[in-house]
Design a protein around this ligand. Sequence first.
Ligand code: FE2
Length: 238
Amino acid sequence: MNERQTPVHTDRRELLRVAAAGAGALALSGHLAARTEKTPMPHELPPLPYKDDALAPLLSANTLGFHYGKHHKGYVDNLNGFLKDAPDLASLTLEQLVQKTAGDAAKTAIFNNAAQIWNHTFYWNSMRPKGGGAPTGKMLELVNASFGDYGKFKEGFLAAAKGQFGSGWAWLVLDGSKLAIEKTSNADTPMARSKKCLLTCDVWEHAYYLDYQNKRPDYVTAFLDGLLNWEFAEKNLG
Ligand code: FE2
């Protein structure tokens, strides 16, 4: 039985509640009891910034339930497992962990899971109910100065998201005083190279397959037209 055929949980809110509580539960488990000063505090699954059905119908509660409650939570659980054997990385924040392990072949598993935690949290915040369309104010000025107009930005972002072969991410980043569009493969993230990320779109199939099947361009178009959180992008300008 593949993921698409898996029976839907009858109470997804319960699933999300349990998922969000998972990290807290870790702190109360024998996992913590066995912790010494040299082993890492568990990394936590941050709560979704909205309800699991808040982005419907563009992204269904079913998609968010699996994506957040299974995939995102899975990366957190994996990372905490790997870190039990890497006490030298115990004191690092998630960002430091990503940047320190990037490009280190011996730490690929830690990098992949740490980066995926960070990327997914960033992705949830890159969307909001009734978002999307052209930005206003400072972000519109930056979009116009960087790409010509909003239409050109949309075209470029869609092309990057469509053109990412296999799993990965499309990004809006700050490059000097202008905006730039990037794409990364698998768990890779511009943050690993200390770039300032403003927005991201997850183009792994698990992000859209339940709602859009193989039609990634339709998903990315929905993301751009109805979900994009420009306020989050502006906040990230710092
Ligand atoms: Fe994802």
